[in-house]
Design a protein around this ligand. Sequence first.
Ligand code: AMP
Length: 540
Amino acid sequence: MHQAGLMMDRPLLISAVIEHAAAQYGDVEVVSRETHGPLFRYTYRDCARRSRQLANALADLGLKPGDIVGSIAWNNHRHLEAYYGVSGSGMVIHTCNPRLHAQQLIYIINHAGQKAMLFDATFAPLIKGIAAHCPTVKTWICLSDAAHLPAIDGVADVRAYEDLIGPCSAQFNWPEFDENTGAALCYTSGTTGNPKGVLYSHRAIVLQAMAGCMPNVLSVSCRDTILPVVPMFHINAWCIPYGAPIAGAKLVLPGPRLDGESLYTLMEDEKVTLSAGVPSIWQGLIAYVEQKGLRFSTMRRTGVGGSAMPQALIAKFADTYQVEVRHGWGMTETTAVATMGTLTPRDLALPKEQQHAIVARQGKSLCGVEIKVVDAGGATLPRNGTSQGELMVRGPWILREYFKGERSPLQDGWFPTGDIATIDATGTMQIRDRTKDVIKSGGEWISSIDLESAVVAHPAVAMAAVIGVKHPQWDERPLMFIVCKPDQAVEKYELLAFLAERVAKWWLPDDIRFVDSLPVGGTGKVQKEELRRKYGGVFG
Ligand code: AMP
């Protein structure tokens, strides 16, 4: 018989996070790019006050705990207040991805049964297109003051956020409830079939946010200024909007301006030490910095994930700009980051190139998360760095079942990720491919990710994608698509020679096509499904 622990049973709630920041780091700044351009700055104390005002405003609108309140917004201070005001009231914030197709947006809003929608003025045309098809949404709130309120034909009652919260009291008694209550909802990007809802609990978010601040993960402290480029409309911006107030770090929210010049200027002006984004954002930033011959004066670290960070870019950040890349892996179903790498003392003793190769892997599971790779029969594969199988994950911030989903996707209590990975003896995981993207050639597997990462190291290549194309003899063979950098050109044979020095001969693509652009989906990932539909025919 176990002894019952004798500690207080206090729930982990999101409201406590912003109140903690207000009480302990009340003067620490939050800087936010307004949708209409200028920078806005205030403190965590102000943010807590306005989150309480929003909670009162939502209650005045007749919204109740359990109700779903949507957002379509950039990373900005009003969106931050919504993270706290909505979830803190016991409601659920449904962060909608504006890059989804209108039909998908309509589907997820209706599926969620959403009652209200907070949106940035940028997305007024989007709202105009979908509003008539979202009958459950009774209130449309533009995240602006009255002066910047756009007129939206066909949507009668659009309220300005500032008008709504302005008259409300800054006193609000955050309700206490079970920490397993739903706090935020995000739908998967759904490349096939309908998007699926992932309902994060307060407990999952608070635990992940605390783990994400750990020194081996993003390493966030009150000495940092953090700029999350990862969007607040997808996977909770990696829980940085919760982690920064937990750590008391200054928070810089870039609004709609995510180009290299805007990000660089904001980083320098606000003395940003730490950032987080997907590889394509960093490609844009580095291109700008290189072109202008600039340096980072305060930026020291950046978290990267969402798709594989090419080793060449890791090397550039580390060797040329002294910015350490922390490469991680996660998915909508894992609340935020589930694995992340940082170099150990043993790694740091290795030559630079080997260090970068380690960073190019997706790191170790965070404490609390467990990972394993399994074969087709579900048997656990050895941690030897070469045995590939489906990555399985479990932990307190990993999805158990989808929102209004019929059947739990779990297998023996583990979530099957659909990613193909290896884990080495040090516990470092490497994503090799998606189960649906891996190329099966002559009974062996070719990693499309490895081929893409290898070829983007070529100076003329901006973007690459590799798909498997049916082949009469080998089953599948790789077909590579290349987007060149502006004013750059390269021949097919040159790329094949470049690749031949980096990958096994039988991995070399059977053909290379040069294209102007690649189809990119709502979360910035190349839509290989579309490429396959168009080019998946037969080789040979
Ligand atoms: P999403 O749920 O849309 O955020 O997509 C999650 C998927 O992105 C994962 O299942 C992986 O396939 C991919 N992904 C995320 N991080 C990485 C990474 N660091 N390297 C390679 N693939 C990644």
